[in-house]
Design a protein around this ligand. Structure first.
Ligand SMILES: Cc1ncc(COP(=O)(O)O)c(C=O)c1O
Length: 366
């Protein structure tokens, strides 16, 4: 019998029930494993080559992504693996200008000097930028502006141009969007965010279809040593069981906050794909099954944004998103995104909706 994702996450990657055994076996801490004779005689030889705690979590994620999953030490380790296994001197990569700043920096600081042409293009020019490219890299919804792209359309344009498509799915995650089903060749997700969900670790993965696409990434991970720790893999796997309920509450809170913010005339530029008036709403409804926990808005000036962040009791000022606590930051403090001084990215957590809305309202009035 097939079940919804929200049911499958509860047991995903857990072994068959076995009398007296734990539901999810604990992390396997090992450098080397006992290994007598030939290397091929054992699945586990040395943790840089593979570890049972990663394998179990990868199996759980593969079930959700309906593909192969390769787990990495962080989202950026996964991004680096993808870029470096796909591109070589003379290759061309077209990158969404609004994508995560470290991905842009990685491409510009480390690939460009090694002979890769890096084309940064705004959302509406990506279709043109991919002409003659080997790889198209996009995020939807994008971080930080929350623009929504038609993934099927762009993946189709990339395929016609002979390029592979990578979708950074970190803001939506595997429960709310399945880029492989929309035509992407690779999906990158920072599991640091909603997947682990408790702001206590850094982890990432790539999903793809077919062993021949996954193997170069596994080889890269082994050779570059971009490996996840067994404890991080286990902790994030443990959090997976509550992913659907955390997202449900976080998304309901995000919608309530977006409605509050959009209704105020002292807040501008509110973006949340779940708002019927949002420019990305129609496409988001087609390609996402939930709108997520992130809301962005502009308080007009740096001072007001800082006052808001200082006044809110239930909004913790921090970077990142996807945790059980509501967090927010004035994005421009990082320098590197094309957003206004008063631009705030807020990630709604699992607090009671009424408490959170009242707190944000009070902080806006401060
Ligand atoms: C959209 C997006 N992609 C990738 C990353 C990188 O992930 P990590 O911090 O796990 O390396 C981030 C981190 O904030 C992100 O927001």
């Amino acid at each position: 019998m097939s079940h919804e994702d929200g049911t499958r996450v509860v047991r995903a990657g857990q072994p068959e029930s076995d009398q007296g055994a734990p539901f999810l076996p604990g992390p396997v801490f090992a450098g080397p494993f006992h290994l007598k004779g030939e290397v091929a005689s054992s699945d586990w030889v040395y943790t840089r080559y593979g570890n049972p705690s990663w394998a179990r979590y990868e199996a759980a994620l593969a079930d959700l992504e309906r593909g192969e999953v390769v787990l990495f030490a962080s989202g950026m380790a996964a991004a680096a693996a993808l870029l470096l296994t796909s591109l070589r001197p003379g290759s061309v990569v077209a990158i969404d200008r609004d994508c995560y700043l470290n991905v842009r920096r990685l491409a510009q600081s480390h690939l460009e000097p090694r002979g890769v042409e890096v084309r940064l293009a705004p959302h509406d020019e990506l279709g043109r930028a991919v002409e003659g490219a080997d790889l198209l890299w996009l995020e939807s919804p994008s971080n930080p502006k929350l623009d929504v792209y038609d993934v099927s359309l762009l993946a189709e344009a990339a395929r016609a141009a002979g390029a592979l498509t990578v979708v950074d799915n970190t803001t939506a995650g595997p429960l709310y969007q399945k880029p492989l089903d929309l035509g992407a060749d690779f999906v990158l997700t920072s599991a640091t965010k909603h997947l682990s969900g408790h702001s206590d670790l850094v982890l990432g993965y790539v999903a793809t279809r077919g062993a021949e696409r996954a193997q170069p990434l596994r080889d890269w991970r082994r050779d570059a040593g971009a490996i996840p720790g067994p404890f991080e893999a286990w902790l994030s796997h443990r959090s997976l069981a509550t992913l659907a309920v955390r997202l449900e509450r976080g998304s309901a809170n995000a919608l309530a906050l977006a409605e509050l913010l959009a209704g105020r005339d002292d807040v501008i530029g509110v973006r949340y794909p779940g708002l019927p008036g949002d420019p990305g709403h129609d496409v988001a409804r087609r390609q996402m099954s939930g709108f997520g926990t992130i809301v962005v808005f502009d308080l007009g000036a740096r001072e007001r944004a800082e006052r808001f962040l200082g006044a809110a009791e239930l909004v913790t000022e921090a970077s990142s998103f996807g945790g059980v606590q509501t967090t927010a930051e004035r994005r421009l403090r990082w320098r590197g995104d094309e957003v206004p001084e008063g631009f705030i990215r807020l990630s709604a957590g699992c607090e009671e909706t009424a408490d959170l809305v009242a707190d944000v309202e009070r902080a806006l009035d401060a």
